[in-house]
Ligand binder design. Structure first.
Ligand SMILES: [Zn+2]
Length: 99
């Protein structure tokens, strides 16, 4: 499998490290105990399209969000994690504005 890093281009998988599910979000500091248990210990085992967090340690050292099919290993999208978070924050901020 190869990943196309937004900064470095197409690279072999040996340059990257899988770092987990990219869809998991930290609960609020005053979140419930169950929310924290879920955040720390529980993960889905998806079959199909899934967002994963990868680290390009042997390249530009970027954190990447890779959208991949867990059955076929087809990669649909690779984006910088920073860009994904900034887009989410803009979307979240926009939800409370108009109605
Ligand atoms: Zn890179």
């Amino acid at each position: 499998m190869r990943l196309t890093c937004p900064s470095c281009g197409s690279r072999g998988l040996e340059e990257f490290t899988y770092r987990g599910d990219a869809s998991v979000r930290r609960p609020a500091a005053d979140g419930s105990e169950q929310a924290w248990v879920d955040y720390v210990y529980l993960r889905d085992n998806p079959c199909g399209r899934h967002q994963e967090l990868w680290y390009h340690g042997a390249g530009c050292r970027s954190w990447l969000v890779v959208t991949r099919d867990t059955r076929t290993h087809e990669v649909f999208d690779v984006r910088n994690a920073r860009d994904v978070i900034l887009t989410e924050r803009q979307t979240d901020a926009g939800e409370g504005e108009a109605s």
